[in-house]
Design a protein around this ligand. Structure first.
Ligand code: 5AD
Ligand code: SF4
Length: 459
């Protein structure tokens, strides 16, 4: 049996794509190996959202060259950089055997067979038309050992945020028919999955036969499903119907990731984000009216072309006012073919040191806010879905609260148990505690094994 190793960079869409690649390779009798050193096939599933991600993939590629020299391993590049650079990757990196875009995952067996029989290098980056695109079905065996899983509901993005490369690398939005989504969720419950996160670049504009709010409600009704989450949302598509879903369905978890990107309306116009800060706050207020304690996380870009000190102060003030549960902060990175990339010189590039200073200032604020929010739990009880052994302390178990806060605890509850935890400590990013009452157990016993697909994810 041949062995494959996939190095995954970037977002959840890529992690899901890696799982689908693993399933396609399993159909050709390849099995996963946790290290590249003994692999016969190495795939880099790449991300191009920021320049750094691309640099990381190039340096990883350099490391894998040794495996090629020693074992004759095949090397492939998939994901967003592949889609963007196409045959240029073969020109730049002579030891890469094949390049394939996100729409070509199902063709992996065909691509590898061609390389082996015809001894050619292959580039497969054509888009499949929206009408004929078929979403690969997840094999529930890839989810054995997990009680929480991601389910793809759409791909691509029809927005044109001026900084973002995604519409160029992932193409137009295509929604997965709701019946397929619900079938996949039901199949996942057969291996003990009790929590699903519906994922897409812009899930609120879902058009798979029912609205996204209805999809969430229907998902929550699938027998065996106790918790539903989703990501990512664009603020301009946050409908009243979605807010209403939070009011009526307690299985929708109390966490909303709502990227704001900037606190300055002038910057938002240049970003082509299509909302003002007043609109953003109004939607947040509606959400908080139905779920007063909802945890809100966000993405922020600092140092966007033309961002003044005053613009940045507005972002800082917004963070003070909202009290985000978490902020993913990024230094602006110009991307090929994007409006901001083309206009940076005209709008005024921000010096690197200024960008870094702004980032550090926001991160320092977030640290204070998060520490304060987390410490409020100490002395209280939280409900947690157990995911397994703690990632930071092998003697403890870990799970997440409805608010998506990590809890490391002393106890022996199996994976998939919903338990109460008495919280006795907190930090910026996690809570500590002791297991209390077991609320419910999964329908099937979930083995404490490293999940098959994840064993090959380095991320
Ligand atoms: N530079 C910096 N950050 C970016 N993001 C997207 N494109 C860029 C870019 N060119 C950030 C946004 C987005 C998150 C996934 O990545 O904040 O929400
Ligand atoms: Fe990129 Fe904007 Fe689409 Fe998000 S909504 S993927 S930031 S273009």
């Amino acid at each position: 049996m041949k062995r494959y190793f996939i190095h995954t960079f970037g977002c959840q869409m890529n992690v899901n794509d890696t799982n689908r690649m693993g399933e396609a390779l399993a159909s050709m009798s390849y099995s996963a190996t946790p290290t590249a050193d003994n692999a016969d096939l190495i795939i880099l599933n790449t991300c191009s959202i920021r320049e750094k991600a691309e640099d990381k993939m190039l340096s990883a590629l350099g490391r894998y060259r040794q495996v090629k020299l020693q074992r004759g391993a095949l090397i492939g590049v998939g994901g967003c950089v592949a889609q963007q650079e196409k045959d240029k990757i073969l020109e730049k990196v002579p030891y890469v055997d094949f390049v394939f875009g996100p729409d070509a995952i199902g063709k992996l067996p065909e691509i590898i067979a061609r390389i082996e029989t015809e001894k050619v290098r292959v580039v497969e980056t054509a888009w499949v038309d929206s009408e004929s695109y078929v979403f690969p079905q997840a094999d529930p065996r890839s989810s054995v050992g997990r009680t929480t899983e991601f389910v793809t509901v759409m791909k691509g993005c029809d927005n044109v945020c001026a900084f973002c490369v995604v519409p160029h690398t992932r193409g137009r939005e295509v929604s997965r028919p709701f019946t397929e989504v619900l079938q996949e969720v039901a199949r996942l419950t057969t291996v003990g999955v009790r929590e699903v996160t519906l994922v897409g670049q812009n899930v609120n504009s879902y058009l798979g036969g029912i609205s996204f709010a209805q999809l969430l409600l229907r998902t929550a009704q699938v027998p065996g499903i106790e918790r539903v989450r989703f990501t990512t949302s664009h603020p301009h598509d946050l409908s009243d119907e979605l807010v209403e879903a939070f009011r009526v369905e307690p299985k929708i978890m109390s966490h909303f990731h709502l990227p704001v990107q900037s606190g300055s309306n002038e910057v938002l116009v240049r970003m082509k984000r299509d909302y003002t800060i007043a609109n953003y706050l109004e939607r947040l207020a509606k959400l908080r009216a139905v779920r007063p304690d909802i945890a809100v996380t966000t993405d922020i870009i600092v140092g966007y072309p033309g961002e003044t000190e005053e613009d940045f102060e507005k972002t800082y003030q917004l963070c003070v006012d909202v009290g985000f549960d978490g902020t993913y902060t990024f230094v602006y990175s110009p991307r090929p073919k994007t409006i901001a990339g083309l206009k940076e010189a005209e709008w005024g590039p921000v010096a690197h040191e200024v960008k870094v200073k702004r980032l550090e200032k926001l991160n320092a604020l977030q640290k204070k806010v998060s520490v304060a929010l987390m410490s409020q739990h100490v002395g209280g009880t939280v409900e947690v879905l157990v995911e397994g052994t703690s990632r930071t302390n092998a003697a403890k178990r870990f799970g997440r609260t409805s608010h998506n806060r990590v809890v490391n605890f002393d106890g022996d509850a199996p994976i998939g148990a919903l338990v109460e935890i008495k919280v006795d400590s907190s930090s910026q990013s996690s809570l500590g505690g002791v297991q209390g009452r077991v609320i419910s157990l999964p329908n099937v016993a979930i083995p404490e094994v490293a999940p098959v697909a994840e064993s090959c994810v380095v991320a």
